[in-house]
Design a protein around this ligand. Sequence first.
Ligand code: RP5
Length: 164
Amino acid sequence: MQTIQIGVVMGSSSDWETMQHAVAILEQFGIHHEARVVSAHRMPDDMFAYAEEATGRGLKAIIAGAGGAAHLPGMIAAKTVVPVLGVPVASRHLQGVDSLHSIVQMPKGVPVATFAIGAAGAANAALFAVALLANEDAALRDRLTAFRAEQTAAARAMQLPPVA
Ligand code: RP5
C-alpha cells in the first residue's frame, strides 16, 4: 500500500464543493492523498488524533478547509509540526471573510499557511503542496514546470473581443 503524502481534511461535507478543487489537483499530479471530514467542534478528539498521527503516518502536508469560525487548520497545526495549509471556505453570511480571518490570524509561534477564500485557495493549496513535494522529486518538479508552461501558453493565446 502506498504511503499517503498529503491529507485533505474539512469541517463538513458541505465544504467538499470547495475542497474538491484541491483533490482534483492532487489527482492530476498523481499525489497519494486522502480526503475526509474532521470537524473541529463536532469531532475534536478525532481532530487531535488525526494531527497526532500525521508524522508517524508519513504525511508531508495537511490541507485543511473550514468555514465560519474556522479553527480546524489552527488546531491541527497546534498538534503537529507537519505543515498545515489552510483554506477558508465561503460562509453563508460573511462570504468567507470570517473563515479567512480565523485561519490567517494565527498568533506567533504556530503557523498556518493561508490561501484565498474558496476554490482558487483550495486549488492553490494543493499546488503549493505539490511544490513542497517537488523539492525532493525531480519528476514531479518537471510535471509542475510543464503545468506552469501550459498556463503561460494559454494566456499568450488569449484573444480579446472587438470593442462592443
Ligand atoms: C464548519 O462549519 C464547516 O467547515 C463548514 O464550512 C461550516 C458549516 O458546516 P455545516 O453546517 O454545513 O455542516 O464547521
